[in-house]
Design a protein around this ligand. Sequence first.
Ligand code: HEM
Length: 407
Amino acid sequence: MDRELHARLDDLQCDPYPHYTRARQTEGLTHLAELDAWLVARDADVREVLRRPEDFSSSPALRPDVLPAPAALAVLGGGFGGRPVVVTADGAQHQQLRAPIVRGLSPARVTAVLPYAAERAAALVDTFAKDGHVELMSAYARRLPGEVVGRIVGLDPADVPGVVHGGHRAEELLFRPLEEDEQIAAAEDVVAMQYTLDRYVLERHAQPREDLGTELIASVTEEADGGDLTLEHRHQLVAHLQNLFIAGHLTTTALIGTTVLHLLRHPDQWELLCAEPERIPAAIEEAARYDTALQGFRRVTTRPLVLAGTELPAGAPLFIAFGAANRDERRHARADTFDITRTPNRHLAFGFGVHSCPGSQLAREQLRLTLVELTTRLPGLRLAEDRPVTMRPTMIHRSPYALHLAW
Ligand code: HEM
């Protein structure tokens, strides 16, 4: 990718909304060179794609926006993974990979983790409640989701920070234009995370427990090999777990950040929420719609077809923009207005169809706990005036870099 295209990708990532508006208003689909894909931006078109997984394969869902340099790829070659994961699989393989995750994130499992999540949310707020100011992303939003997913998977809490860090680095490596030495450093952190996950797989295989990790290990090893754990299984399981962690914590971190940001940018709505906490669930849906954490994923056509009037050959790359669909006036009146009293709110922030998010309940519960903590304990919360907010830009996660708050 040349420098000019890098700069255009950066521009798109920093503020995709004007691009989305143009694409929704343009007949047919819009091709974006910076993503090397057709942008699917209207709510109806996004739903159409998600309804037809046999015509629109998920195989490139995680295709990097930037291909790492050979030296970084060589570092990654020394790690684990590189196997199909749920989000990039189609058909029967997808169902097989998804089933243990759906079981592991069942309503009962989510309910069981809530006391821990509530305790951690309160303990994290305790660390800064008396200070009068906080940088919320590092003190809270980048911590709670990793701890909660770690608990559900059954990871040792001491391993959680390294796994969370590795997830952020994997995203930077594959979705941000980085210089080569930064790419190599990021690849090293990703490989370190993979070794931690592999150690966990070995331990859990030897000593199964009631957790999502054990569920995944059983689903992979019992199928073909009667429970034995081969090197190939370890690669598959590390890929599975890495994907689950990244899907689970980066997204939730992003949504905690943008939810608090937009509530505080609209102080009247923050005050309403503090006065009427029964509005918290609706506020979460509106934040999820308005500044969608997972902006979009890729698909590819499996046969020649016509979408939104545009003729596409087999193999045409598409970017399915949940974030653009969620601002579509044809679905949401006053779509660019943040309004926690909005109803109905049928957004696509958690996807739709066979790949729809199996972790949405867990994510919503963490948002709920966060808003209960902040509205009851810090109702005077406001954005620190001297610290302008910049967004941490990629197309697969949208969140503030840092969120300086005061009260
Ligand atoms: C605010 C938080 C979250 C958001 C916005 C979000 C959003 C999404 C979206 C839009 C998809 C669909 C992707 C597609 O169509 O290709 C998805 C899939 C997925 N999500 Fe979430 N998610 C969140 C939290 C979580 C959590 C907490 C977990 C697990 C702990 C999780 C696990 C997954 C997995 C495994 C998939 C892939 C499912 C499949 O391909 O069948 N997500 N998520």
